[in-house]
Design a protein. Sequence first.
Length: 219
Amino acid sequence: MKLIAPSILSADFTILGNEIKAVENAGADWIHVDVMDGHFVPNITMGPFIVSAVRRVTSLPIDVHLMIENPDCYIPDFVNAGASMISVQVETCLHLNRTLQMIKECRVQAGVVLNPSTALCSLEFVLEYADYVLIMSVNPGFGGQVFIRNSLDKLRDLRKMIQDRDLSTLIEIDGGISEKNIAEVSSAGADVFVAGSAIFGSKDYKKTIDAFRKKIEEG
Ligand code: DX5
Ligand code: ZN
């Protein structure tokens, strides 16, 4: 099944509750929350406080993407705030296996994120511990950037790696996703599509999400 996860990074924060309800009514599957610390990435965004606010307005799964150093220190706070799944960047984890187990012990889904320059071999010994892998198709830090084309090769290789090992790991893609490229991104192997500016920057969220699904089917 293919899932659409609007990233609230591009939402209007003066009316965040309405924005979340609007994408939920438009057919979103997950709500994607981008957490940035100004150290691992050159931007500062939101923390557990926002996640608990999101939790109060929707029953959709909340997909928390941690772009922060020392993620272990904050995982319990995001779980308590209502995260349904938490992903960590491999580049930030000295003991990635331990971090994934820690997330699962909190009874939420555990994801691993790879920067565009990070090789798939970093997943060699953790793939079976992850519920999903998030492939960054832009350098993390900001919405509205251009999709990095060789992410398609990475998606294909990862799909093969998962199949070869007979795993059911989901593949999520994040960055520069739009109506223009979602079909080929889907064909390359992605299951979950994060989109910020393409959804929240559009006039009609339902029309945009419906168009995404149509392109995915056609692709
Ligand atoms: C970037 C974030 C993304 C971002 C995507 O660091 O992880 O989730 O919101 O934004 P768009 O869809 O505009 O590229
Ligand atoms: Zn993200």
